[in-house]
Design a protein around this ligand. Structure first.
Ligand code: GTP
Ligand code: MG
Length: 79
């Protein structure tokens, strides 16, 4: 059985949303010390195995930069 989950990361610029998302999905190698702002948003996937179950995380990593505010607002709307 696969549980599908969608998580949206929102917050001010440079607080560490992308660092957290990439470390979660790719492990410690995903962490980047240099700052590269997210443009619009980025979608990441992670299949998490827990006991006999699998959780399919779709992570929407949004930009905290105000110029992308409209795109971020679209991403947090319920589907
Ligand atoms: N020391 C330390 N630095 C961190 C941590 N998390 C993120 N950073 C650093 O903070 C900076 C910004 O991190 P990002 O994850 O890109 O920030 P963001 O929230 O995605 O920013 P936007 O994409 O502009 O919204 C980067 O240089 C990261 O290396 C942390 O837990 N500890
Ligand atoms: Mg980011």
């Amino acid at each position: 059985m696969v549980i599908r989950s969608r998580v949206v990361f929102v917050g001010d610029a440079t607080v560490g949303k992308s660092a957290l998302a990439k470390t979660f999905c790719q492990g410690p190698s995903g962490f980047s010390k240099s700052y590269v702002m997210t443009q619009g948003c980025e979608v990441l996937d992670k299949l998490w195995k827990l006991n006999n179950r699998q959780i399919d995380f779709q992570i929407i990593d949004t930009s905290g930069q105000t110029i992308f505010r409209d795109i971020t607002a679209e991403m947090v709307k319920p589907t």
